[in-house]
Write a new protein. Structure first.
Length: 112
């Protein structure tokens, strides 16, 4: 089976002791006291979301909508501003309670 990368963008902020993360590509959000906790929660949501959209949890006519449901523009702006302010790779990934990350998620095409 051939694997294709799905690139997802995630923006996060820490406020009042809570991390809030949003997957900009699917407009999914998670919140936790730790960054790792929020990442784990968001990752679980993304996996469930993709399974529902791709495996028939939603009817085929609506799958395209769910795969192209984007977060509001203000979060995209925050994401790119945070990316500009981040230190180079290999250094501390979180700057002043903000996080912006791009990650490729491998997807496998199911056999016909």
């Amino acid at each position: 089976m051939k694997s294709f990368p799905l690139v997802l963008r995630v923006y996060g902020e820490k406020r009042n002791g809570q991390w809030s993360l949003i997957c900009l590509d699917f407009n999914l959000a998670a919140q936790a006291e730790t960054l790792d906790g929020a990442k784990h929660s968001l990752q679980s949501q993304i996996v469930s979301y993709l399974q529902d959209a791709l495996d028939g949890g939603v009817d085929a006519d609506h799958a395209d909508y769910f795969l192209h449901r984007r977060a509001p523009l203000k979060y995209w702006v925050k994401f790119y501003l945070a990316r500009l302010c981040q230190p180079p790779k290999g250094s501390q990934p979180v700057v002043s309670g903000r996080m912006a990350k791009t990650q490729a998620v491998p997807l496998q095409v199911a056999p016909a």
